[in-house]
Design a protein around this ligand. Structure first.
Ligand code: PEP
Ligand code: MG
Length: 577
């Protein structure tokens, strides 16, 4: 430790849990690339060097896969292997070596940096984090080529501190004695983060310069739920965290004892709690937790690779539907366009431009393939299909025509098929306000509170300058949810919610009180959200919601709910930020 003072650092809460332990700093080898122009006679040797490196890294990954027994983790290694086998990557590097006569390391750097850059421009968190993983894979390849690749030594019973955590580090870590992880870089939806949460290894990412601030053996207190890291803790800090640790353990035991109980309010209303899934491999995590359905599968993550591949889509959707049967899986049509994944297209106001259903109605070939795959996968009748970014009746009518036409064509090809239930997301105020008409056309709606907040408050959801005023608790957003829910209730249309509000305890009280039937949130939050619902009374939640929509601003809404949450589930304020 460079100083003896207690140092409190705040990062990204990645995996909850308290660890009080000495740390070990893992430093990855620095990559130094000397770009070199090859003499013509060197080109073949350099191509061979690249091919050898590629084979050696693949061998390392195959070995890792052999040592890994969990099927979903093995699949993650497959993703890395498929990147290394991707003709665009291999040919890209080879052509830079051959045509631009650059050495292998600089050619690898160029190709991987290009892929990373493309992914980092995407709005999707998931794809940006894939970008960081790809950069790391490129670095590993360069290290292998230079004979400097080595596996980090993870035989340590304490907290590992490192610049970042690669997928293979994470896979090795789950088999080690490591108790917690702190990194400088990385985000919540990186594969390594998902693995740590899966295996309940507490982790905090994004602590700037942490590898420089601590030395091997320094004592650290880390709180994965609040994203706090305390270096060189004072005696009083130790004492406090020993207590929090023991309380958290009791709290988790309590949650797991309620695991198989339904989410029923104290006065008897059952709320269905489902999961939001961003990556197909998360389904394993969900099935380990228990028997749950999927309230939102964001298909954008498979768009790039499989938008034109109906068969592969059938496989993915069928796999998910089988895994969660008899519960439903809700497949959202590709929410592409604007500044999400859509090749070579850009707009001045992407969130107000071609996005979601607007683009799918223009790109009907892609839309039809997805619809066909969804219908074909619905063998057991538990698939629901929903449209994103709906703002008017005509869009639903037009999409439904394509849906019905596809179904008829499939009946001719395959005999009988099961028609999935058909729904829309409510993400735009005009959709909420037209609900008496829209609800006539659908079997269910799912309120996407992230976009509903963005479009109601005119606050760009990813612009950090206005992040302070982005809140799904704003009374105007609540009024739109109420309008939606009331109009759907009149026509017996199921109302679900799937934005971040569903994972926010304040939001959950309101959603229940506003009449939402189904709440879909990230898998890791399901036990708490269920447990919270089991402590809420529908009657009280309705009274709170009725008052909340009359409030002036977010603060008043929060103040109104805070006391109630503190009464029914005070632990929430103790363990999470
Ligand atoms: C939403 O808008 O609330 C939603 C769930 O969709 P996404 O976050 O994928 O835009
Ligand atoms: Mg949305």
């Amino acid at each position: 430790m460079k100083s003896s003072q207690e140092l409190k650092l705040k990062g990204i809460p990645v995996s909850p849990g308290i660890v009080i332990s000495p740390c070990k700093v893992i430093k990855r080898k620095k990559i130094v690339i000397n770009e070199r122009i090859l003499r013509p006679q060197e080109v073949e040797t350099e191509l061979k060097k690249f091919q050898d490196g590629l084979s050696r890294l693949k061998k390392i990954l195959w070995e890792l896969k052999d040592e890994t027994h969990e099927e979903n983790l093995r699949k993650l290694v497959d993703v890395q292997l498929s990147i290394l086998a991707d003709p665009e990557v291999v040919k890209g590097v080879e052509s830079i070596i051959r045509d631009r006569r650059r050495n292998a390391e600089s050619a690898i750097k160029t190709v991987f940096a290009h892929i990373k850059e493309t992914l980092m421009k995407q709005e999707s968190y998931y794809l940006r984090e894939r970008g960081r993983e790809i950069e790391q894979l490129g670095e590993d390849l360069i290290l292998v080529i230079n004979d400097s690749y080595e596996k980090p030594d993870l035989s340590f019973e304490g907290i590992i501190v490192s610049e970042s955590l690669s997928l293979d580090d994470a896979l090795r870590l789950v088999k080690s004695t490591v108790k917690g992880v702190v990194t400088e870089r990385g985000g919540r939806t990186e594969h390594s983060a998902i693995i740590l949460r899966n295996f309940k290894i507490p982790a905090v990412f994004g602590i700037d310069r942490i590898t420089k601030l601590v030395d091997d053996g320094d004592q650290i207190v880390m709180d994965g739920g609040k994203g706090m890291v305390i270096v060189n803790p004072m005696e009083s800090t130790y004492q406090r965290y020993f207590l929090i640790k023991s309380d958290f353990e009791k709290y988790e035991q309590g949650l797991s004892s309620e695991k198989d109980l339904p989410a029923i309010t104290t006065d008897g209303k059952e709320i269905v709690v489902y999961a939001n899934i961003d990556i197909p491999e998360e389904v394993e995590e969900l099935t380990k937790l228990g028997k749950y359905g999927i309230g939102l599968f964001r298909t954008e993550m498979i768009f790039q690779d499989f938008a034109h591949d109906e068969e592969r889509q059938v496989e993915i959707y069928s796999y998910m539907a089988d895994k969660v049967y008899p519960h439903s899986v809700t497949i959202r049509a590709f929410d592409i366009g604007g500044d999400k994944v859509y090749a070579g297209y850009s707009e001045d106001n992407p969130f107000l431009g071609l996005r979601g259903i607007r683009i799918l109605l223009e790109e009907q070939e892609i839309f039809e393939k997805q619809i066909r795959a969804v219908i074909r996968a619905n063998k057991r009748g538990n698939i629901r299909f929903m449209l994103p970014m709906v703002s008017m009746v005509e869009e639903i009518k037009e999409a439904k025509k394509i849906f019905i036409r596809s179904k008829k064509l499939l009946e001719k090809e395959y005999g009988s098929v099961n028609q999935p239930r058909f729904g829309i997301m409510v993400e735009i105020p005009s959709a909420a306000l037209l609900m008496e008409h829209l609800s006539e056309l659908v079997d269910f709606v799912s309120i996407g509170t992230n976009d509903l907040t963005q479009y109601t408050l005119a606050v760009d959801r990813k612009n950090y300058h206005v992040a302070k005023i982005f809140s799904h608790l704003h009374p105007s957003v609540l009024k739109l949810i109420k309008y939606t829910s009331d109009a759907c209730k009149e026509r017996n249309v199921l109302v679900a919610s799937c934005g971040e509000m569903s994972a926010d305890p304040y939001g959950v009280v309101l959603l229940v009180g506003l009449g939402v039937d189904e709440i879909s949130c990230p898998t890791a939050r399901i036990p708490e959200i269920k447990s919270l619902i089991r402590r809420i009374s529908l009657h009280e939640a309705e009274a709170i919601a009725a008052q909340a929509i009359k409030k002036e601003n977010v603060k008043e809404v929060k103040d109104l709910i805070h006391g109630y949450l503190n009464k029914v589930m005070p632990e929430l304020f103790q363990f999470y930020e």
